[in-house]
Design a protein around this ligand. Structure first.
Ligand code: GDP
Length: 369
């Protein structure tokens, strides 16, 4: 075998003398003095919000989203004080699968509704999102024109967590925004799965964005989601897609006839439009405003909001009971053992659940005495 390293001329094993590496921190850079954020009291928050101060509103929303218990308490006090000033808005849920054109549409929808004056907040519910991934609904960069509009407030979805938790935070943010004078609220969600139900439970009008193209539009869409819609809009009705969009609209109209009439007395409408070319947008908003007039006149508007408040009361109870149970130390250590016993058929599911619940209640009793 040839050994080139034995040859004196071979340089492969010579260690070069290195140079001193520069420090990774620039020593000439003066330390930037950033003053610590001043802590705000409940009254500071409430006053700021009522004056429409966007910085304070943002900080209050951060408080609502925080996982720290002390922030939670503070947030609840702020919300409670804002509550009498909330409610004066129309809340619109906007849903559609990724690529349906939600961001493009919300950008033009937003500008359109702001032409009539007032202020718009765009919020989102996306339980799968994480701040770092950059695909967050409600992200400012996706709504180029709206994000620089002085009367808009855009806030991404609270970061990943249970759907109930994420949705509750968005609902509380609605209250803060309304108290800050936002009279139009958009709540955006991805049209897949359970998050529509959550959005539906906090809005006055649920708008479903659909696409034409596959020829069999109704295949992929869940019946439950269609039943929630107060309006279905087929996007990208432009270029040579116009006929397909019209056909899809007819199919949706026919399908809607098969559902029982909604409690609101309003028959959901189906329209085609192009968010990108801003065609048919006015008709969509005429529809929304007609709906609002209609349900305000027949009492359904208030009825729906009351039902939603009731729903959220029970949702909050359920969430907190679950949290309290699963975060209980004793339960934490017992859960796996019981699960194993159930898997080995040593215990029935019901007996295991009863053992766990009995232990939980016993723990509560001990704590209260
Ligand atoms: P999102 O994922 O639902 O937020 O959808 P986007 O708004 O990001 O849109 C997805 C893609 O569809 C982008 O490439 C848009 O330019 C395009 N798009 C959105 N609206 C329209 C439209 O009205 N017509 C056409 N032709 N393309 C559109």
């Amino acid at each position: 075998m040839e050994h080139p390293e034995n040859n004196e001329a071979y340089k492969g094993l010579v260690v070069n003398k290195g140079i001193i590496q520069p420090a990774s921190v620039n020593p000439y850079l003066k330390k930037i003095h950033r003053p610590k954020k001043v802590e705000l009291s409940v009254n500071d928050y409430v006053e700021g919000i009522l004056k429409g101060n966007v910085t304070i509103l943002s900080r209050a929303v951060t408080l609502v989203e925080s996982l720290k218990p002390e922030h939670h308490t503070l947030a609840q006090e702020v919300i409670e004080k804002c509550l009498p000033h909330a409610g004066n808005s129309i809340r619109i849920g906007i849903s559609g699968v990724p690529g349906a054109g939600k961001s493009t549409s919300i950008d033009v929808f937003g500008l359109h509704v702001l032409e009539r004056g007032g202020k718009l907040a765009v919020l989102a519910i996306d339980p799968s999102s994480e701040r770092s991934k950059g695909s967050i609904l409600g992200d400012k960069t996706r709504m180029e024109q709206l994000s620089v509009h002085p009367s808009s407030f855009i806030r991404p979805s609270p970061s990943a967590g249970s759907l109930g938790g994420v949705a509750r935070k968005t609902r509380e943010t609605i209250i803060l925004c309304e108290a800050a004078g936002y009279d139009k609220i958009f709540v955006e969600t991805v049209g897949v799965g359970q998050s529509e139900t959550a959005v539906h439970s906090m809005v006055d009008f649920f708008l479903l964005i659909q696409l034409a193209g596959t020829g069999d539009e109704l295949q992929g869409i869940k019946r439950g989601i269609m039943e929630m819609a107060d309006g279905i809009v087929i996007n990208k009705a432009d270029g040579n897609n116009i006929d397909k969009a019209k056909l899809a609209a007819t199919q949706f109209r026919n399908a809607l006839h098969l559902f029982p009439a909604p409690d609101s007395g309003w028959l959901p409408q189906v329209l085609t439009y192009s968010g990108f070319y801003n065609l048919g947008v006015k008709e969509i908003w005429d529809m929304v405003y007609n709906y609002v007039d209609f349900v305000k006149a027949n009492g359904y508007f208030d009825y729906r909001r009351n039902q939603q408040s009731k729903y959220w009361m029970y949702e909050t109870i359920n969430e907190q009971l679950k949290d309290s149970f699963y975060n209980n130390e004793k339960i934490g250590s017992m859960l796996e053992q019981k699960e194993q016993q159930v898997l080995k058929a040593e215990l029935t599911s019901f007996v295991a659940a009863k053992n766990l619940l009995d232990t939980y209640f016993e723990e509560l009793r001990k704590r209260s005495t």
